[in-house]
Write a protein that binds this ligand. Structure first.
Ligand code: ZN
Ligand code: ZN
Ligand code: FE
Length: 753
């Protein structure tokens, strides 16, 4: 048969994931000659053989590709045959990785785990064991190409044995950049609070001993430090809460294995799959009996955040006496997670009793990701370690845009061609350290992906630090309305281009009229939007400060509807309401908001729920839980009135119906069921009207309020029944962690015109 030679150019996540050795073994297996190498437009494979062999290669390429790789495209061209006699891997040159992608960090693989616990293996109990299929990636990369000298492994020259593995195409560690062993690689050690080394034969066993003794440990991990305590020790948990400045917000757990998880929480199939996945996020699962863990881990919350060990060090920590640990980002309150040894000893010395340190530097911090199953799908709540910087792929190529996100749960986005790279979770920019991290991350991702943006997209809010930073850059700017970005984000999440009806239920977002929006029905696409309906704007006495005291919001909404004839609501009985009423009547510091999040706060507080909150959305979360997963049959359609060309859902309708039920002596459970079902009822009426008017039947749901499972699932069900095509978030969070994606898409659309 004639010898044919073909050149394939493969694009996608094909670097640092064992792709070239895979190509090598596949070609060898089929009996092809040729070569594989990196180039500026992807991985190139030259293969030579007969037509049957070439077809076989084609068929097996996608089927057998390594687990961490993602093939986006394969271009083929026929080239003249040569007289090669073997298949070879050609070493990469500089500049060869321009369009290859960087893998996220990956949980320990099974093969490495087996070796970790194999007494005969030379890496037995070695906390940094890894291979081409697992281990650190994004967090240790300083520059490109992704080669050892450009990672934090540069300080660890490979020993002879490791070097042999690294160079052997048939080895699982061929070109595994973080490859290491106890002879040549990073080490762990234990110190006291002051950084003084504690001598011990096995620092990991000593750490377990300290945890069993009720101590707080700061443990350096993959994307940063964790604060760790024994999850069954309520005193240690209380100490940890005190140190961290975290009163009631639930703490995440790391458990030994799936079986241990099942003792604590309900685990559905999809939840089990994602727990065991290479991303290994925290999964918010429904709690079972909590007697196995301290009661102060997730007080008043019916979900527990659970993750499985994802580094070798975690596996070692959980293989001894303890099988359930509290593992929370090591930071104070909402500050960014700590990554550096010196920084940790400095910032955490008042928080932790002991430190388990190591000497593999973390270049880019990355918090644990958080996901939750809703309506049968796993949805991201925080997309970070394990996911970033894997791009979101768009249908078409677009210009390069930098999106700086919002203020809370900040994430930045940067696009190149058809890819949108979203950063890891950066945090709340209100604090200085998060803002520094924000700037550093932008710098870093621009460098490692070699992107020079043509446009910066920012939120319309003039006071956001991200907005202020954007305005200082010497690059053209575009301000985008917050809820328009939510709408575009959900469109992009589902690859939609045609106009949609957006139901955007959110906490806070700066409106085009200078008021605070957040309960919005928008019609539009990436090119623009119209605000078609919203909740009636209500004053927020004291502005943002009111968010911490839902009872003040409840009082304000009642006062707005009933004026001086305030109805008798038990929840407000012992409150000092006069100063608030004076503030409202004099219209001092009481900005208007149509926010759905604030409406939840108001209704929750008036119904006898949380009057003061200790963490974001606590009132709404507990009020939802009060409904006990039931939507009420008692349901009110709040209706709407026309106002300035838009429809407004009147607050009188909501408050009057609520107050009459409260005076009838309804329980909080009944009130919550009624409120949820009334929102579903009212939202579907508005959406129906907008469909009649616009002819549009595609609906997107976005905004932080849709983390409310009860509302989300019931509304989704109702809209589906009514024949809408409903699209929801699956790849980026519905909260503000997802808006950078929308900002990118709106920015690209703007540049195209
Ligand atoms: Zn491995
Ligand atoms: Zn070695
Ligand atoms: Fe938002």
């Amino acid at each position: 048969m004639t010898m044919l030679r073909r050149r394939l150019t493969i694009n996608g996540i094909v670097q640092g994931v064992g792709f070239r050795p895979f190509i090598y073994s596949l070609a060898k297996d089929i009996g092809l000659v040729g070569s594989v190498y990196n180039s500026s437009d992807g991985v190139k494979v030259d293969i030579q053989g007969n037509s049957i062999q070439l077809d076989q290669f084609d068929a097996r390429l996608r089927l057998e590709a390594p687990p961490l790789s993602t093939i986006i495209s394969v271009q083929k061209e026929d080239i003249p045959a040569l007289d090669d006699s073997d298949f070879t891997i050609i070493a990469s040159h500089d500049n060869a990785s321009v369009s290859t992608l960087i893998s996220p960090d990956v949980a320990l693989c099974d093969a490495c785990k087996d070796e970790l616990f194999d007494v005969k293996n030379r890496r037995y109990r070695y906390p940094f064991i890894n291979c081409t299929n697992c281990g650190p990636r994004y967090t240790i990369i300083e520059n490109i190409p992704y080669d050892r000298p450009f990672t934090s492994m540069k300080h660890f020259p490979l020993c002879e044995v490791c070097h042999g593995e690294y160079q052997d195409p048939s080895d699982r560690r061929f070109h595994a950049q973080p490859n290491a062993c106890p002879e040549c690689g990073p080490q762990v050690w234990l110190t006291d609070q002051k950084g003084k080394k504690i001598e011990s034969v096995d620092p990991v066993s000593k750490t377990i001993e300290l945890l069993v003794g009720g101590k707080i440990l700061a443990i350096k991990g993959l994307g940063g430090f964790h604060l760790v305590v024994d999850a069954s020790n309520s005193e240690a948990v209380a100490q940890l809460r005190l140190a961290k400045g975290r009163d009631e917000k639930p703490l995440a757990l790391m458990v030994r294995d799936l079986a241990t998880a099942r003792e604590l929480v309900q685990v559905h199939q999809k939840e089990a799959d994602i727990l065991l996945s290479i991303q290994s996020p925290i999964v918010l699962c429904a709690s079972l009996a909590k007697d196995k863990i301290a009661p102060n881990i997730a007080p008043g919350n019916d979900r527990l955040g659970i993750m499985l060990p994802y580094t070798p060090l975690h596996h070692l920590l959980l293989s001894g006496e303890l099988d359930t640990l509290v593992m929370t980002s090591a930071n104070f309150s909402e500050e960014p997670i700590c990554i550096d040894n010196e920084e940790a000893l400095d910032r955490l010395s008042g928080l932790a009793d002991y430190f388990l340190l190591h000497n593999r530097d973390i270049y880019l911090r990355s918090d644990d990701s958080v996901v939750m199953e809703m309506a049968g799908e796993i949805r991201p709540i925080r997309r970070s370690r394990g996911y970033a910087p894997r791009p979101i792929f768009m249908k078409q190529k677009g210009p390069s845009v930098l999106a700086v996100g919002g203020e809370l749960k900040n994430v930045v986005g940067l696009s190149r061609d058809e890819k949108v790279f979203l950063s890891q979770h950066i945090g709340d920019l209100e604090n200085l350290e998060a803002f520094e991290f924000f700037k550093m991350t932008i710098d870093h991702i621009q460098r490692i992906f070699e992107i020079e943006p043509e446009l910066i997209v920012h939120d319309l809010h003039p006071e956001y630090l991200s907005t202020k930073w954007a305005k200082e850059q010497n690059i053209p700017l575009l301000g985008v309305q917050h809820h328009h970005a939510h709408l575009a984000s959900c469109m992009a999440d589902n690859n939609l281009d045609e106009p949609v009806i957006g139901i955007i239920m959110d906490g806070t977002g700066y409106g085009t009229d200078g008021t605070i929006w957040g309960g919005e029905f928008l019609v539009g696409d990436a090119a623009g939007f119209e605000r078609k309906a919203h909740f009636e704007p209500m004053p927020l006495p004291g502005g943002e400060a009111a968010i911490k005291s839902p009872w003040r919001i409840g009082l304000s909404y009642l006062h707005q509807v009933f004026g001086n004839n305030l109805p008798d609501v038990p929840a407000l009985k012992d409150r000092d309401i006069q100063p608030i009423i004076q503030m409202l009547e004099a219209n001092i510091n009481s900005p208007l908001t149509s926010s759905c999040g604030r409406l939840f706060d108001a209704v929750a507080a008036l119904s006898g729920g949380r009057q003061e909150i200790r963490y974001e959305a606590q009132a709404a979360i507990e009020f939802m839980q009060a409904a006990q997963n039931e939507i009420g049959r008692d349901s009110t359609r709040f209706g709407f009135t026309e106002f300035n060309g838009a429809r407004v859902i009147p607050m009188a309708s909501i408050m009057e119906n609520l107050v009459s039920r409260i005076s009838d002596g309804r329980t909080q459970t009944q009130l919550s069921q009624w409120f949820h079902s009334s929102l579903v009822n009212s939202f579907s009426q508005v959406t129906d009207t907008l469909r009649d008017e616009s002819g549009i039947d595609q609906v997107v749901l976005s905004g932080g309020v849709f983390q409310n499972r009860l509302l989300f699932e019931a509304l989704l069900g109702m809209l589906n029944t009514q024949g809408f095509k409903v699209f929801t978030h699956k790849h980026v969070p519905t909260n503000d962690g997802g808006i950078a994606l929308g900002q990118v898409i709106i920015g690209q659309n703007y540049l195209r015109k």
